[in-house]
Design a protein around this ligand. Structure first.
Ligand code: FES
Length: 110
């Protein structure tokens, strides 16, 4: 079920923010030359919220051990990182909706 998370104008191209959908933390990112995407908002390494992650407009970097991911795809760019789970995004009349139902965050093997 799609849930309203914010207005589209709350995000600019090259920005990210953390929102909550389906009781899960979600990274909402608008990568440069791309479209708004939603990925799990916790690091697959230790389940740490990605609230303080760095975003250069393309890659998101966890500040703790520097695992990183493309915000176009959720694919890991750091050699040890696992990918991020992605959630469907819908934009309707200036409002961003995410459907997080049934999609669990991915965690790295311990
Ligand atoms: S906690 Fe994110 S890379 Fe280790």
């Amino acid at each position: 079920m799609f849930e309203r998370v914010c207005k589209e104008e709350a995000l600019a191209e090259g920005d990210m923010r953390i929102v909550v959908a389906g009781a899960q933390l979600v990274v909402l990112a608008w990568p440069e030359n791309g479209v708004i995407k939603a990925f799990q908002g916790v690091c697959p390494h230790t389940n740490t919220p990605l609230t303080d992650a760095e975003f250069d407009g393309v890659e998101l970097v966890c500040p703790i051990h520097r695992w990183s991911w493309s915000m176009h795809t959720g694919v890991a760019s750091h050699p040890h990182a696992t990918p991020l789970a992605e959630y469907p995004v819908k934009i309707d009349t200036g409002v961003v909706y995410i459907d997080a139902e049934g999609i669990a965050p991915i965690f790295a093997a311990p």
